[in-house]
Design a binder for this molecule. Structure first.
Ligand code: S3P
Length: 425
């Protein structure tokens, strides 16, 4: 088990165009290439465990993959049955989106994952897919992996999701593309919309109106993808928090997606007092540009809306809350309980170990700003918990156990952090 130690730092300056490429877009690039006719070209694919697992699965499903070390090209051969067990590792996105994609494919498929993924709920996708004719099963009546899928013909649907989840929405959109009629999906709050943007960019007919998405079944293969994956704002956010909590701190993140469904956490940090500017420089499937963050004293904030837009950043945001003046509150975030760890519990327990007073609620927590104290903490096998509490180390010095999980999303995290402070592993 690898541990890492971060020492307190008086300053934080980082300008980088090397933040990990976006995880959500990388997963989708590899998967959607299977639906294309011809060769898709993906530049700056995230070479982290989660997304490399997805790429391997795409290969098992019959796609030809060429990787010159910089650009990955994927030539689809449709979806082929495979004797391989498809291992999604730690990735809920991988497993849930493959459920949607494989439900209509000819053959039998088995999806599995690591010890953490095997504990996460899958019924949110298996149930609505079963309702439209998919033959899907798993432990606990289809809720837990390993999951098995026998491709079947799918009926058109109108589905109203109770949770704002891009994973559920994407699984249903993928199913809809190969169903027998026009489908409608509704969600309670708009979740991240990469699937809609990318598939529409490849020629699928997908119309979004407020919280409703209409999807027409494919009449022919999609055009190949030609994408350069932008930097991941969720990964960039760790350094935004680092800059925001260090007097004089400053960071400039280049080539990052400015998709509004992904940068809400930066908006919250801005509301807390940090100085943030966004500069648009490109538009390809997504708006892309630069985010600059400068330190200013932080004040407490209440976060209760657009939770799905900042769900992945709440652990890092909790570190900013710990450094802010006053009591910050997070509500309506029960989804945190079923992420890579129970992030309500893991955030609260670790903050307490750092001497920060908290309150735990079923759907969130309160953080009372104070002075972070040096501590040894667990990652709970959760990459975002590990990175958040290493960033806290800039203030107070922290040691985090079991940091291998960082490789699931941000393999060069330590390299970038070591440019700014003393790190030991
Ligand atoms: C993701 C959606 C989010 C997010 C996850 C990636 C995606 O999950 O937490 O890290 O790529 O669709 P939910 O949509 O289930 O909230």
């Amino acid at each position: 088990m690898m541990r890492a130690k971060v020492y307190p730092s008086e300053s934080f300056h980082l300008r980088s165009d090397a933040i990990a490429p976006d995880k959500s877009i990388s997963h989708r690039s590899a998967m959607f290439a299977i639906l294309a006719e011809g060769e898709s070209r993906i530049e700056n694919f995230l070479r982290a465990e989660d997304t490399l697992n997805t790429l391997t699965i795409v290969g098992h499903l019959g796609a030809e993959i060429y990787d010159d070390g910089s650009v990955i090209t994927i030539r689809s051969n449709g979806i082929k049955e495979t004797p391989e067990i498809l291992d999604c590792g730690n990735s809920g996105t991988g497993m849930r989106l493959f459920c949607g994609l494989l439900s209509s494919a000819e053959g039998h498929f088995v999806l599995t994952g690591d010890e953490y993924l095997k504990r996460r709920p899958m019924k949110r996708v298996t149930q609505p897919l079963r309702n439209i004719g998919a033959k899907l099963d798993g432990r606990n009546n289809g809720d837990l992996a390993p999951l098995c899928i026998r491709g079947a013909s799918l009926n058109a649907f109108e589905y109203e999701s109770k949770i704002a989840s891009a994973q559920v929405k994407s699984a249903m959109i993928l199913a809809a593309l190969r169903s027998n009629g026009v489908c409608t999906f509704r969600e309670p709050e708009l979740s991240r919309d990469h699937t809609e943007r990318m598939l529409a960019g490849m020629g699928a007919r997908i119309e979004v109106e407020g919280l409703q998405t209409r999807i027409w079944p494919l009449e022919k293969g999609l055009s190949p993808l030609n994408i350069r994956v932008p930097a991941d704002p969720s990964s960039a956010f760790f350094f935004a928090v680092a800059a925001a909590i260090t007097p004089g701190g400053h960071t400039i993140i280049e080539g990052v997606t400015l998709n509004p469904t992904r940068i809400e956490a930066f908006k919250v940090l801005e509301k807390m007092g940090a100085e943030i500017t966004y500069t648009l420089s490109d538009e390809r499937y997504e708006p892309i540009g630069t985010i600059e963050v400068k330190y200013a004293p932080l004040r407490a904030v209440t976060v209760e809306e657009n939770i799905s837009w900042l769900i992945d950043e709440l652990p890092a945001l909790s570190i900013a809350m710990a450094c802010a003046e006053g009591k910050s509150i997070v509500k309506n975030a029960e989804e945190l309980r079923v992420k890579e760890s129970d992030r309500i519990k893991t955030v609260v327990d670790n903050l307490n170990l750092c001497g920060i007073e908290t309150e735990e609620y079923p759907d969130g927590y309160a953080v009372i700003g104070g002075e972070l104290k040096s501590a040894t903490l667990k990652s709970y096998g959760d990459h975002r918990i590990a990175m958040s509490f290493l960033i806290a180390g800039l203030k107070c010095g922290t040691e985090v156990e079991d940091v291998e999980c960082i490789n699931t999303s941000f393999p060069n995290f330590f390299e970038l952090l070591a440019q700014c402070t003393k790190v030991e592993r």
